[in-house]
Design a protein around this ligand. Structure first.
Ligand code: NCD
Length: 395
């Protein structure tokens, strides 16, 4: 495994901006590895495509047209780390666009068991597929796979895009995309073709004067801030917007608290940052409460454990939910443990089940963009709605 990484060490050590520039092919990413790859324009573009796919999927004729777009392509889902939502939503996203799929979830029953290097395995997958979507416990493995694909491309051989579905405790760029899409939909994405749920949110926003959009909002991240890759990736995306305040609530243990790199990055981007050890202090002053579980799988015998009281101060309760602003929302990437009681699941402000479903639309939109068919999605959308401009204006 070490050798897999060492051959790309020079590329791995480059500054993030150099990497991001190298990943761009025109206005599209060749590979999707980091949240840093998505600027505000890209987020709006992919959000619009996701909206179009969502609406087109409601009727069989329009859904069939979308499904024709990539029906000649195949995707490989290489998910060697546990996954439910990310795996299933990528699978559903492929199905929406007509891609056939193959999957490996347990490398012990592939040739890796016979000593095949993982980079050789990935290269083999690229022989059978047009896109590789992967989740792996090693933080830089997806990145190394992308560099391998670039080497192969330079040698004029078959090479395919890599999409990172979660890399170690490091990054989860597509979760951040679905989180932003959920926030966009909760705070402002609303049009004549939208659903009853959106009408309800609109009424809430009108009643409580919630400003549309992601800007000028307070985001409260709660739980395992130090090791949660979803928090890191979402914060990177939020830093694209102005007037953002990020509050981080975690038990007072170094490994659970905001890492210095992220603190410095956010401050540098003009984000207001504050850190707390109790949700009680900030609940009334939050537009978005983003809960996360404590990632116990990263514990070692030396990990200093928070006390029950310290953990309790980072859990949502019915009483805390009652004190939240009426127009605020509650998010969670899931799986949840004890940090959110099921008794609040029916509260109108709860978005975690919407997040899961939004993951399917936004991942389909991302694949459409990477595979250069997002303009075709828009054309199909126009041909069915005929009212694209009026629809766009309302947004
Ligand atoms: C998260 C992950 O895998 O990072 N889940 C997800 O992708 N929806 C969060 C977690 O595992 O806690």
């Amino acid at each position: 495994m070490a050798s897999d990484f060492s051959q790309y060490q020079r590329l791995l050590d480059q500054p993030i901006q150099v990497k991001v520039d190298a990943l761009r092919r025109g206005s599209r990413p060749r590979h999707v590895l980091f949240a840093h790859q998505f600027d505000r324009r890209y987020l709006e573009r992919v959000g619009r495509t996701a909206e179009e796919i969502r609406i087109l999927s409601r009727a069989s004729a329009s859904a069939n047209d979308v499904r024709d777009l990539l029906s000649h392509k195949r995707a490989m889902l290489y998910f060697t780390q546990t996954s439910t939502r990310t795996f299933l939503s990528f699978l559903a996203a492929c199905q929406l666009l007509g891609l056939s799929t193959a999957e490996i979830r347990d490398p012990s029953i592939s040739s890796e068991y016979k000593g095949e290097s993982r980079l050789d395995s990935i290269r083999m997958f690229s022989s059978y597929s047009d896109l590789i979507i992967m989740r792996d416990a090693s933080p830089q493995f997806a990145e190394c796979c992308a560099y391998l694909m670039d080497d192969i491309e330079r040698a004029s051989q078959r090479s395919v895009p890599i999409i990172n579905g979660g890399s170690g405790a490091d990054e989860h760029p597509t979760q951040a995309l679905l989180d932003v899409f959920t926030i966009q939909r909760s705070f402002g994405l609303h049009g004549p073709l939208d659903t009853d749920a959106a009408d309800r949110f609109q009424a809430l926003r009108d009643r409580f004067g919630v400003e549309p959009g992601l800007e000028n909002k307070t985001y409260t991240f709660v739980g395992d801030i130090g090791r949660g890759r979803t928090v890191r990736s979402l914060c990177i995306l939020l830093s694209n917007y102005s007037g953002i305040t990020c509050r981080f609530v975690s038990p007072p243990r170094e490994h659970l608290q905001l890492d210095p790199w992220l603190r410095a990055f956010l401050k540098d981007k003009g984000v207001e940052v504050s850190e707390h050890d109790s949700l009680d202090e900030v609940i009334e002053d939050s537009d978005v409460v983003y809960m996360t579980r404590i990632q116990r799988e990263h514990d070692t015998s030396a990990t200093s454990q928070p006390t029950t009281d310290e953990l309790g101060a980072c859990q949502l309760t019915e009483e805390l939910v009652q004190r939240m602003p009426a127009g605020a929302i509650i998010m969670h990437p899931f799986p949840r443990n004890e940090e959110i009681p099921t008794s609040i699941d029916h509260d109108e402000r709860v978005m975690y089940f919407h997040q899961a479903r939004n993951g399917m639309w936004i991942r389909a939109a991302l694949i459409a963009n990477v595979c250069d068919v997002d303009r075709d999605v828009s054309e199909i959308f126009e041909s069915y709605t005929g009212d694209r401009k009026a629809y766009a204006q309302v947004h």
